[in-house]
Design a binder for this molecule. Structure first.
Ligand code: THU
Length: 155
Protein backbone atom coordinates (compact mmCIF):
# COMPACT_ATOMS: atom_id res chain seq x y z
CA UNK A 1 0.00 0.00 0.00
CA UNK A 2 1.16 3.51 -0.78
CA UNK A 3 0.25 6.53 1.35
CA UNK A 4 -0.14 9.99 -0.16
CA UNK A 5 0.21 13.13 1.95
CA UNK A 6 -1.55 16.21 0.65
CA UNK A 7 -0.32 19.58 1.85
CA UNK A 8 -1.50 23.17 1.67
CA UNK A 9 1.41 25.61 1.95
CA UNK A 10 0.34 28.80 3.75
CA UNK A 11 2.48 31.90 4.31
CA UNK A 12 1.56 33.87 7.44
CA UNK A 13 2.20 37.58 6.99
CA UNK A 14 1.82 40.67 9.12
CA UNK A 15 0.26 43.72 7.44
CA UNK A 16 3.77 45.21 7.09
CA UNK A 17 4.98 42.16 5.21
CA UNK A 18 2.29 42.47 2.53
CA UNK A 19 3.08 43.98 -0.86
CA UNK A 20 1.37 47.34 -1.57
CA UNK A 21 -0.91 45.58 -4.10
CA UNK A 22 -1.97 42.94 -1.58
CA UNK A 23 -2.49 45.54 1.14
CA UNK A 24 -4.73 47.49 -1.23
CA UNK A 25 -6.72 44.36 -2.08
CA UNK A 26 -7.32 43.62 1.60
CA UNK A 27 -8.42 47.21 2.11
CA UNK A 28 -10.98 46.70 -0.69
CA UNK A 29 -12.16 43.36 0.79
CA UNK A 30 -12.64 45.03 4.19
CA UNK A 31 -14.57 47.85 2.54
CA UNK A 32 -16.73 45.34 0.66
CA UNK A 33 -18.09 44.01 3.98
CA UNK A 34 -20.23 47.20 3.99
CA UNK A 35 -22.17 45.70 1.05
CA UNK A 36 -22.84 42.39 2.78
CA UNK A 37 -26.50 41.45 3.19
CA UNK A 38 -26.36 39.29 6.30
CA UNK A 39 -29.50 39.85 8.39
CA UNK A 40 -29.50 36.18 9.51
CA UNK A 41 -25.90 35.44 10.49
CA UNK A 42 -24.77 39.04 11.07
CA UNK A 43 -21.41 37.84 9.77
CA UNK A 44 -20.31 40.25 7.07
CA UNK A 45 -17.81 38.91 4.56
CA UNK A 46 -16.12 40.93 1.82
CA UNK A 47 -14.04 39.70 -1.10
CA UNK A 48 -11.94 41.55 -3.65
CA UNK A 49 -10.52 40.00 -6.82
CA UNK A 50 -7.57 41.54 -8.63
CA UNK A 51 -7.59 40.56 -12.30
CA UNK A 52 -4.41 40.10 -14.33
CA UNK A 53 -4.89 43.57 -15.85
CA UNK A 54 -5.12 45.20 -12.42
CA UNK A 55 -8.91 45.64 -12.36
CA UNK A 56 -10.38 45.05 -8.89
CA UNK A 57 -13.86 43.57 -8.51
CA UNK A 58 -15.56 43.25 -5.13
CA UNK A 59 -18.33 41.13 -3.69
CA UNK A 60 -19.95 40.46 -0.34
CA UNK A 61 -22.06 37.65 1.12
CA UNK A 62 -25.74 37.84 0.21
CA UNK A 63 -28.15 35.92 2.43
CA UNK A 64 -31.79 34.98 1.89
CA UNK A 65 -34.70 33.80 4.03
CA UNK A 66 -34.59 30.62 1.93
CA UNK A 67 -31.13 29.82 3.32
CA UNK A 68 -29.57 27.83 0.45
CA UNK A 69 -30.36 30.70 -1.91
CA UNK A 70 -27.67 32.90 -0.38
CA UNK A 71 -24.11 33.15 -1.66
CA UNK A 72 -20.70 33.60 -0.03
CA UNK A 73 -18.64 36.72 -0.67
CA UNK A 74 -15.94 34.75 -2.51
CA UNK A 75 -18.32 33.31 -5.12
CA UNK A 76 -20.23 36.58 -5.45
CA UNK A 77 -16.95 38.32 -6.35
CA UNK A 78 -15.51 35.54 -8.51
CA UNK A 79 -18.70 34.99 -10.52
CA UNK A 80 -19.16 38.73 -10.99
CA UNK A 81 -15.52 39.05 -12.10
CA UNK A 82 -15.82 36.20 -14.59
CA UNK A 83 -19.23 37.30 -15.87
CA UNK A 84 -17.98 40.80 -16.56
CA UNK A 85 -14.38 39.99 -17.67
CA UNK A 86 -14.45 36.39 -18.94
CA UNK A 87 -11.14 36.61 -20.81
CA UNK A 88 -9.10 38.23 -18.03
CA UNK A 89 -7.74 35.75 -15.46
CA UNK A 90 -8.20 36.37 -11.76
CA UNK A 91 -4.78 36.80 -10.13
CA UNK A 92 -5.54 37.30 -6.41
CA UNK A 93 -8.63 36.97 -4.23
CA UNK A 94 -8.65 38.71 -0.83
CA UNK A 95 -11.22 37.93 1.87
CA UNK A 96 -12.09 39.75 5.12
CA UNK A 97 -14.95 39.31 7.58
CA UNK A 98 -16.43 41.04 10.59
CA UNK A 99 -19.11 40.41 13.18
CA UNK A 100 -20.50 42.74 15.83
CA UNK A 101 -17.09 42.67 17.58
CA UNK A 102 -15.24 43.89 14.49
CA UNK A 103 -12.95 42.24 11.94
CA UNK A 104 -11.97 38.69 12.83
CA UNK A 105 -8.58 38.33 14.58
CA UNK A 106 -7.83 35.19 12.57
CA UNK A 107 -8.34 34.99 8.81
CA UNK A 108 -11.70 33.62 7.65
CA UNK A 109 -11.25 30.50 5.54
CA UNK A 110 -13.45 29.78 2.50
CA UNK A 111 -16.09 27.04 2.46
CA UNK A 112 -15.77 23.92 0.31
CA UNK A 113 -18.08 25.18 -2.43
CA UNK A 114 -16.03 28.37 -2.84
CA UNK A 115 -12.82 26.31 -2.97
CA UNK A 116 -14.32 24.17 -5.73
CA UNK A 117 -15.21 27.29 -7.73
CA UNK A 118 -11.72 28.75 -7.20
CA UNK A 119 -10.11 25.49 -8.35
CA UNK A 120 -12.12 25.41 -11.57
CA UNK A 121 -11.74 29.08 -12.43
CA UNK A 122 -8.00 28.79 -11.85
CA UNK A 123 -7.77 25.76 -14.11
CA UNK A 124 -9.80 27.49 -16.85
CA UNK A 125 -7.65 30.63 -16.66
CA UNK A 126 -4.36 28.72 -16.90
CA UNK A 127 -2.66 30.69 -14.15
CA UNK A 128 -2.53 30.33 -10.38
CA UNK A 129 -5.11 32.16 -8.33
CA UNK A 130 -3.53 33.53 -5.15
CA UNK A 131 -5.81 33.56 -2.10
CA UNK A 132 -5.19 36.14 0.61
CA UNK A 133 -7.15 35.65 3.83
CA UNK A 134 -7.23 38.57 6.22
CA UNK A 135 -7.36 38.69 10.00
CA UNK A 136 -6.42 41.57 12.29
CA UNK A 137 -3.70 39.43 13.93
CA UNK A 138 -2.25 37.99 10.72
CA UNK A 139 -2.90 37.30 7.05
CA UNK A 140 -2.63 33.93 5.34
CA UNK A 141 -1.47 33.70 1.74
CA UNK A 142 -2.03 30.60 -0.37
CA UNK A 143 -0.19 30.97 -3.67
CA UNK A 144 -2.27 28.39 -5.54
CA UNK A 145 -6.03 28.06 -4.95
CA UNK A 146 -5.92 24.36 -5.83
CA UNK A 147 -3.91 23.72 -2.67
CA UNK A 148 -7.03 24.68 -0.70
CA UNK A 149 -8.95 21.72 -2.08
CA UNK A 150 -6.83 18.62 -2.49
CA UNK A 151 -8.49 16.03 -4.74
CA UNK A 152 -10.98 18.61 -6.03
CA UNK A 153 -13.66 17.26 -8.32
CA UNK A 154 -12.52 17.78 -11.87
CA UNK A 155 -14.05 16.65 -15.16
N1 THU B 1 -19.52 33.22 4.37
C1 THU B 1 -18.83 33.79 3.33
O1 THU B 1 -19.35 34.67 2.63
N2 THU B 1 -17.57 33.37 3.09
C2 THU B 1 -16.89 32.48 3.87
O2 THU B 1 -15.72 32.20 3.60
C3 THU B 1 -17.53 31.87 5.02
C4 THU B 1 -18.98 32.16 5.18
C5 THU B 1 -20.85 33.71 4.67
C6 THU B 1 -21.98 32.78 4.39
C7 THU B 1 -23.04 33.33 5.33
O3 THU B 1 -23.69 34.44 4.71
C8 THU B 1 -22.25 33.87 6.52
O4 THU B 1 -20.92 34.03 6.04
C9 THU B 1 -22.25 32.98 7.73
O5 THU B 1 -21.88 31.70 7.42
Amino acid sequence: MKHLTLTCPVAELTDDELSPDDRELIRRAREATDNSYAPYSRFRVGAAVRLADGTIICGANQENAAFPSGLCAERTALFYAHASNPRTPAATLAVAARDEQGFTPLPVTPCGSCRQVMAELQKASGRPLRVLLHGTKCNWLIEDARHLLPLAFDL
